[in-house]
Design a protein around this ligand. Structure first.
Ligand code: HPA
Length: 277
């Protein structure tokens, strides 16, 4: 369904899970694939991975699927893809992330994750580009997300929905990723609302409360994925050292350039991880 006709998620009375079920049936119809096994959200820098995971059997604008919004940002491809891996797994690739800072509400932010779950996916791989706090991480370093701190003051959960977040970022999947690249470090991801980058003081706060990565996505999506019963793997590309950790100003161009330079290496890592799932 097209965005121009209004997004059904914007109706407060609508059931977001029913809309996700409708989206999943749109995807089944468009792709001819009844069920997907794995879902993968591509963040800044990770886009090239989709080409090497397996055979693309369908590639279509996300806006053809109920509830999806047009992408807000250059560098974030607004497409969905269905890929068949060499080992016969069906991967739904989400190149159409809706960010919290777009201001459309959390239901729209997590709609892709709920849709992925409704297609049958049991594993949710969330990737992003973000700022690094650990001095040992240079731009271009991929790291595993071990946990998160949600600084958005928002949640995808509605009502008294008490959900356990222990081991939110699956230890099993982190171990599996490390079996492919033993040099992978890990860290705690802090989701800020953005879209402004953090101040150096905010980065110091994130560090003081146990954070190692600062970004504008992922945590809300991970909560929704856990609610949907999926196993979650989080991967960050450190596109820059966080504000004040690096002395030079941050820019979107720098972030995109780091993604471009690291693209080939992190894409092959991601393809190998997906292949092992
Ligand atoms: N902060 C927040 N989001 C980001 C950053 C950052 O330093 N780099 C890329 N996305």
């Amino acid at each position: 369904m097209s965005d121009q006709t209004g997004n059904p998620l914007d109706d407060p009375a609508a059931d977001p899970f029913a809309i996700a079920a409708q989206a999943a049936s749109d995807i089944a119809r468009i792709t001819g694939v009844e069920r997907h096994d794995i879902a993968l959200t591509l963040g800044s820098g990770w886009g090239a991975a989709a080409d090497i995971i397996g055979e693309t059997t369908a590639n279509f604008p996300a806006t053809e699927v109920t509830g999806f919004s047009a992408p807000a940002l250059e560098g974030h491809v607004g497409t969905l893809r269905s890929i068949l891996t060499p080992r016969g797994k069906r991967v739904l690739v989400i190149g159409a992330r809706t960010h919290f800072y777009e201001g459309h509400g959390v239901r729209r932010v997590v709609h892709s994750v709920r849709t992925a779950a409704a297609t049958g996916a049991k594993t949710m791989v969330l990737t992003n580009g973000a700022g690094g706090i650990k001095h040992t991480w240079k731009p271009g370093t991929p790291v595993l997300i071990s946990d998160h701190i949600n600084l958005t003051a928002a949640t995808p959960l509605e009502g008294a929905t008490f959900i356990d977040l222990t081991d939110l970022y699956s230890m099993r999947l982190r171990d599996l990723a490390r079996s492919i690249d033993p040099s992978l470090d890990e860290g705690v991801y802090c989701q800020f609302t953005g879209p402004q980058y953090e101040t150096p003081a905010e980065v110091q706060m994130a560090k003081a409360i146990g954070g190692h990565i600062v970004g504008m996505s992922t945590a809300l999506e991970a909560i929704a994925a856990r609610q949907a019963g999926m196993e979650i793997l989080g991967l960050t590309l450190v596109t820059n050292m966080a504000a004040g950790i690096q002395t030079t100003p941050l820019s979107h161009e720098e972030v995109m350039e780091a993604g471009r330079l690291a693209g080939p290496v992190i894409s092959s890592l991601l393809a190998r991880v997906i292949g092992a799932l």
